[in-house]
Design a protein around this ligand. Sequence first.
Ligand code: 9MR
Length: 391
Amino acid sequence: MAKKRVLRGRRNFLLGLGTLAGTGALAIASRYWHQSNQMQALADNSRDFPVVGNTPLRNRAAVKGLIYGGATQQYMLASNTAFATSFAQECGMLVPEDELKWRNLRPSPDSFDFTQSDWLAEFASTHNMLFRGHTLVWHAKLPKWFKTTVNRQNAEKFLVKHITTVAGHYAGKIHSWDVVNEAIYPNDGRSDGLRNTPWLKFLGPDYIDIAFRAAAEADPQALLVYNDYSMEYDTPKDEARRTAVLKLLERLKSKGTPVQALGIQAHLWGGEARFNALKLKAFLENVASLGLKIMITELDVTDKKLPKDVKERDRLVAEIYEEYLSVVLDEPAVIAVLTWGLSDRYTWLTEKQPRKDGSPVRPLPLDAQMKRKLVWNAIARAFDSAVQHGN
Ligand code: 9MR
């Protein structure tokens, strides 16, 4: 293993690991177990995540053949110079957080409005950043007119026209597309684990194949990604989701559908102790064995279950990043780590997962004043100690 880390294994854990073959596995497992346990304990106040130098994340990632980037909305960059400066400095890839969703791109059944997404594409190009598309097919954020306009008879036409136009508009200028987003939802009770979306209702499971084929035709250069959430924890829910995602990817590959990567959103939780590094590692290996790349597409950590004290909270959040990334960056198929935002000033979690004590959430690498936090250090350290990727 090229990575050098201080191993802080614990004896009682090692004693319980008789079934794991090989000292390598033991060392990895003990390291992860320790880190997992820290999620429940108070933060270790002596840990300050030292980082050598001030090199931005995008460069640290690039040295290892990896991409670091973030999601943002157009108004954030356009209205906040400090944010725009930090974004261009730290991020090697830009993902429009909302601008490429149907609701924003499709004012009417026969029109497209690329104003905001083009602005973002231009910003990315000006700052020498890769540009990434999110997302061509999703059950959420469909335009108001969708319900009264799209039906079983015309659904394929609408789907293909949308993909052809949007992927065609950015053809040659985009690194990767989330072609289909969040198609798995085992709670809907289907044996294939697929979510009951309007697309599924109109076209059956083949809507996914149709979408990937249309995207490949419209932009043969973009990496075509299937993107989904809740695949990280050792819970029955996440286990069912991992199984269903693998089944879907296997089915797509066996039919020759041009899916090329899995996007793992990775919206993590502070205070969630059910993290099992070995299970996550096995899942990543299974995905890679299908010949797919892996992108971590929406990384952040909800801090609503963590203590109010900012120093302690930041340390705990940083530890979760470190724990997760140390597993993920061990997998050679991983090509990118993207956070869902960059600064705590702008995060969907402010609205969706606010803290009960009313203090602002702190899920991202920079604070609301664009100052680097321990999360930044954790990501920097993960890149610095990562094995070489992209061979
Ligand atoms: O962060 C996004 C937020 O601004 C939007 O209101 C919301 C609905 O479009 O989507 C959020 O981003 C989601 C992403 O598109 C898909 N994965 C989950 C993300 C967080 O909800």
